[in-house]
Design a protein around this ligand. Sequence first.
Ligand SMILES: Cc1ncc(COP(=O)(O)O)c(C=O)c1O
Length: 400
Amino acid sequence: MTISSAITPETVGSILARASRRSEIAPFIVMDVMERAARIEAEGGHVIHMEVGQPAAPAPQAAREAARRALDHGRIGYTTALGIPSLRARIARHYGETYNVDLDPARVVVTTGSSAGFLLAFLAMFEPGDRVAIANPGYPPYRHILTALGCEPVLIETDAASRWVITPEALAQAHAKAPLKGVLVASPANPTGTMMRPEALAELVRTAEGLGIRFISDEIYHGLDYAFPATTAAAISPNATIIHSFSKYFCMTGWRVGWMVMPATLVRAVERLQQNLMISVPTLSQIAAEAAFDGAAEMEAVKHGYEENRLILTQGLPKVGLPEFLPVDGAFYLYADVSRFTDDSAGFARRLLDEAHVAATPGVDFDPHRGHHYLRLSYAGAASEMREAVTRIGDFLRRG
Ligand SMILES: Cc1ncc(COP(=O)(O)O)c(C=O)c1O
């Protein structure tokens, strides 16, 4: 049978080749930096990697041993959609131990990294067209995931006056312009490395909820707080959604496992979504994650390494000509103002890599408006590399 078509083969070809409009989201420029760094290394150059936001240390030994035992045991099957019950209970216990919050394990949902947590949370809470506030600068996938789901990310500008966080006033103003359905904050944040003071977080949660705006708190960098202890939004309101991960403090980026603390009324919606979208989170990773809680000594040692790196940079960079950066409170990022040197942070990062072999991420990745004046330096590497980086950056700035 021949099926004829009224449209030409060329038109058919162009229809089939076209990606959806919702997939038209910006790439991550840091990937270009990584590729360029790899080329320099292939030619024998020694690059100091300050572009990537991940720990150099492996998962805690207890986690790796638990995974090894589980592999030897034989069968790695599906788990229930919300996660292995003992892991959910262990995560709930973590809230009691760390924040003195009595958390019902029934509100804990295990996810495939916090990235899948955003997807599940946004799907469970928002309709296409809903407006969701996020801080600018901020972690790019927030706006890209929202855009891909047909929601509208609303960038709220932050600055030194607000200590680089969304204020209740700024939230209320954005809501008055056109109603918001959600607000998402991170503390410590990426790329800024700044944190919200406990009172600031509490006030923002209360303001959001008073206006009927759902509150989402990305707490992936909890545990990596140096300036003052991070507060969980779970201690402030049972209606806040917490997104967390084993990627950063627990040093388990590639295991792809995280968790959410959901308002009780939304757990069933997330369960249905996870059943259909993912079935369950990788079992081996869940087993390893539960054991990771026994690796506190190792993780604290890694954290002390970051604290040392933080001092090397905050004390060293001003001496070599880079004195302006945002409050370096937590995570492992320093967000430097390079406006006295350039209006083109992407070009500046490229030259820093080519000439000084220091890989850094241009601010344009995180801030479409002012990012051309900023550079993000990750200090998750070794202390010796951080010292060398300060020297190289100093030489680079002197050469001009
Ligand atoms: C602020 C922030 N949230 C979420 C993520 C996603 O992490 P994962 O999916 O590995 O949990 C990252 C990764 O860098 C991040 O910086």
